[in-house]
Design a protein around this ligand. Structure first.
Ligand code: ARG
Length: 564
């Protein structure tokens, strides 16, 4: 039984409203004294030409109280419903238990393909914590959409072409050598890249050198391409390590270079359709009407640009994957870029562009010293970040629980969990302030706290060693038990909301609430110390909590260790 829906039915009938509209309006009051479900009457006021509190009072007297409802009360403009705990809790928990890890799963997506462009680091530059955000957000969205019945398709649009390669090659030719690159890998490439930017300050000719190398690449020069492939391989190896730690695989690695030979026909199409015009030798799409600067498609030297590739990527992906939606997960710095690209595609006559293309922007990840920049070398390398995280978590675990098996594996799971949770705890667009202390705490609103709660559930269940499948769930009646059941029951709704808003933090907040409610329950309601039937019922609740927490963490890309 879906309680919200049942209540909506009754209200819809009494108020002569559409049931879906009522469902959309029903709230869950944060204060349980105001009921378990609440229907605000503000919206009806205008149509009915009555004060909302009058409507609420009238509805109250019109409504026949259904059997699962304890009481209906009017509080000001709200109609509040109190459900019977001994019906509600058993209903909710048996549903969770029977659906198991599918609890919350839905078919809303109807199998439609959602292409998600995320992570997309720029090769020969290191994968720094700035890239992390795209990876973590994109991966969570990938999981969430799959969970809701879409077919997610991930594309890692590697920055594997462009002028930065010219710079790295120039730097390599000037100050690098084969042995050192072999030895140092991406760190050495980064050193060369940073050195280039230092040296070019005093020696402008280096820029010409870099441009010349880039040009050679464009012409397919054998030596330049050999270096390019080598640097790309080194970068890929590095990224692969990171993706493995995060448990991420991509469905495609079609990077920027993939589009090298695919832009020409699109450029032709743009010319022929008249969307693009010549402007001082360059080719641009005028977007003044849409209050945007022109989108430059071809430079005056005929060179293509970031936008040229992305216009091509959109059209190519539509053709290849026939998506119902294509998402591009990047920092908000690229908002204008995507607005221009999407508008150009729309102007080309592809009217699906307006609905189906979406930029999913996010804020910065701020290190304590401020914004990071690869060029100035002020970057926290992923490798260092991960290493330090694992080390610190390892120390905490050593203190808390020195006897657990596979300590190293757990430290990794918890470290990764901490990093992801820290990133996904707020609305995407907010900047993330990076702080070791906050991120790694087992007590605050952190990944480790939630994972620890899951481990606590596991340990209670393991200690009990009782079969609770036939528990009498109507014995669960305390405020904490009820509050926890209510929160668990909201998971399907939260998952749908996260997808609808492209906001993984809805899931993070949910799972945090669930963990907090569980711990409250755990502290106030003894489990192993009580006997027989009540113990079984409580174990059943623990089991349901564990299931839902694991599913929710899974959507975020976080694993749920059994002990830590
Ligand atoms: N590599 C780019 C960067 O780091 C992001 C690529 C985003 N995806 C795209 N199709 N443009 O800024």
């Amino acid at each position: 039984m879906d309680f919200k829906h049942e209540i909506a039915k009754i209200v819809a009938q009494a108020a002569n409203m559409d049931i879906d509209e009522v469902v959309a309006n029903i709230e869950t009051p944060p204060d349980p004294n105001l009921g378990d479900f609440s229907f605000p009457c503000f919206k009806l006021a205008k149509a009915m030409k009555k004060a909302p509190q009058v409507i609420a009072a009238e509805l109250k007297s019109d409504i026949a109280t259904p059997s699962f409802v304890q009481s209906v009360e009017q509080t000001g403009p709200y109609l509040n419903f109190f459900v019977k705990r001994d019906i509600y809790i058993p209903e909710v928990l048996s549903k969770i238990s029977s659906q198991g890890e599918d609890f919350g799963r839905a078919t809303i997506g109807n199998g439609g393909c959602i292409v998600i462009d995320y992570s997309h680091p720029n090769m020969a530059k290191p994968f720094h914590v700035g890239h992390l955000r795209s990876t973590v957000i994109g991966h969570a969205l990938y999981n969430i959409f799959n969970f809701l019945g879409y077919r997610s398709f991930s594309i890692n649009y590697l920055g594997d072409w462009g002028t930065q390669f010219g710079k790295v090659i120039a730097a390599y030719e000037n100050w690098g050598n084969e042995a050192e690159v072999h030895e140092g890998g991406i760190r050495e490439l980064n050193r060369l890249y940073v050195k280039f930017h230092e040296e070019v300050e005093v020696n402008k000719e280096l820029d010409d050198e870099a441009r010349a190398w880039h040009k050679k690449m464009e012409q397919g020069d054998e030596y330049a391409m050999k270096l390019w492939q080598w640097f790309k391989d080194i970068s890929m190896e590095e990224y692969a390590k990171i993706y493995e730690l995060f448990g991420i695989e991509f469905d495609s690695y079609q990077g920027e270079s993939y589009y090298n030979d695919k832009m020409q026909p699109v450029v032709e199409e743009l010319k022929q359709s008249g969307v693009m015009k010549e402007d001082q030798g360059a080719w641009i799409v005028d977007l003044e009407e849409y209050k945007m600067p022109p989108c430059i498609v071809l430079r005056s030297d005929g060179g293509t640009l970031y936008a040229t590739r992305d216009i091509t990527s959109v059209l190519h992906r539509k053709e290849e994957y026939n998506f119902v939606q294509a998402l591009y997960v990047t920092s908000h710095e690229q908002t204008l870029h995507f607005a221009q690209v999407f508008k150009v595609v729309e102007l080309m006559g592809y009217d699906w562009a307006a609905d189906q293309l979406l930029h999913v922007p996010f804020g910065y990840m701020n290190l304590p010293e401020g914004k990071m920049s690869t060029r100035k070398g002020k970057v926290l390398l992923m490798e260092d970040l991960l290493e330090q995280t694992f080390e610190k978590i390892g120390e905490i675990i050593e203190q808390k629980n020195p006897n657990i098996e596979s300590k190293e594996k757990v430290a990794k799971q918890v470290g990764i969990g901490a990093i992801i949770f820290n990133d996904l705890y707020n609305s995407r667009i907010k900047d993330v302030e990076f702080s070791w202390e906050r991120m790694l705490s087992f007590e605050g609103e952190t990944g480790p706290y939630v994972q620890y709660t899951h481990a606590r559930c596991s340990s209670v269940l393991a200690k009990a060693q009782t079969d609770f499948a036939d528990a009498d769930l109507s014995l669960l009646t305390t405020d904490e038990e009820f509050a926890l059941a209510k929160i668990l029951n909201s998971f399907p709704e939260k998952a749908a909301e996260a997808a609808q808003k492209y906001e993984p933090y809805i899931i993070s907040r949910f799972v945090m609430q669930a963990a907090q409610a569980f711990n409250k329950f755990y502290h106030e309601n003894p489990i192993l110390k009580v006997d027989g039937d009540l113990q079984k019922a409580r174990l059943y609740l623990v089991h349901c909590t564990k299931t839902v927490i694991a599913t929710a963490l899974g959507l975020l890309g976080i694993s749920s260790p059994q002990e830590m």
